[in-house]
Design a protein around this ligand. Sequence first.
Ligand code: MTE
Length: 340
Amino acid sequence: MLIKHTKKSQLKESQLTSESVYKERRNIIKGLGLAALTIPFIKPASASVFDIFSSGNDQDKNALFQRSALSFTKNTNYQSLTPLTPEDKVIQYNNFYEFGTGKGDPAQYSQQFKVDPWSLTIDGLVDNPQTLNYEDLLKKFDIEERLYRMRCVEAWSMNIPWLGFTLATLLKQAGVKSDAKYVRFETVFDPDQMRGQASRFVGGSINFPYVEGLTIEEAMNPLALLSVGLYGKTLAPQNGAPIRLVVPWKYGFKSIKSIVKITLTDKAPVNTWQALGPDEYGFFANVNPRADHPRWSQASERFIGEGNVFQQSRQNTQMFNGYEEEVGHLYKGMDLLRNF
Ligand code: MTE
């Protein structure tokens, strides 16, 4: 595989996929006798994908997922981030392998995804195991707006106005037992609705359901948010409706989407990307401009603002994505160059 010998600065986005995924796909392609064909491993989003929401075709509009307005308060501590990534980019340039590996696939293939009824179970080492339904997620907690940076491990970033409530609020209500050390999150498994779960090729060879984890201290940090909306409205399926995690000091893959299960445990969960490529992805995955990915630099990022998503200017990446003051103490004494 030539990626290892390519200068980091020459890496294209289509190459920013885990090597094990690449190899696995190579094997599948060989098995199919298609080795001579050039297959793009991460399909660049085409212009037509960015047009799907502005299409004049009424039938298309009827097929679109309807987002509802949410009432919320603005958290004054998190209102001053500029510029925001335009809403159409936030909802059309996504990573959600359950719907495909291309950046436009989640928006294209998730519009019929059913989010109501939904059930989110909180279990494991808690005093009050419980299951919340769709209405609970939107009505049971005070919803606030927070503007957060989001930094993907692929070296692009966005500024997003999320709506949600802190993970700590939910965990306190469930009553965390003293022997709980970790929180494990799981995405819905529904291959009938998620084409990437029905086909290993479409879903990037991931063993679904997608799993993520945090330590209890990380989960209780006031920055960790359970999001139910963005830009004033409920989440679209491609962003992880009806509820997803947002941990802005960590690479985006930690912010697991469409969660159905939160389990308090005494064992460190093995998260999806760590299982797929342990040499490249780990449990902590804190944003760190000095700790390069084995195949590319993490020192800077392509900030997605106005204009073509692939022709954006680069900006320096900040330690803990700019949230060092809030979370740096969680990692005192840890070798931060080895913590991926
Ligand atoms: N959650 C699930 N279940 N499946 C995924 O493929 N992708 C992750 C994360 N959460 C992913 C996921 C990655 S790599 C990123 S960068 C963010 O979602 C992207 O969130 P966004 O599409 O809302 O910007």
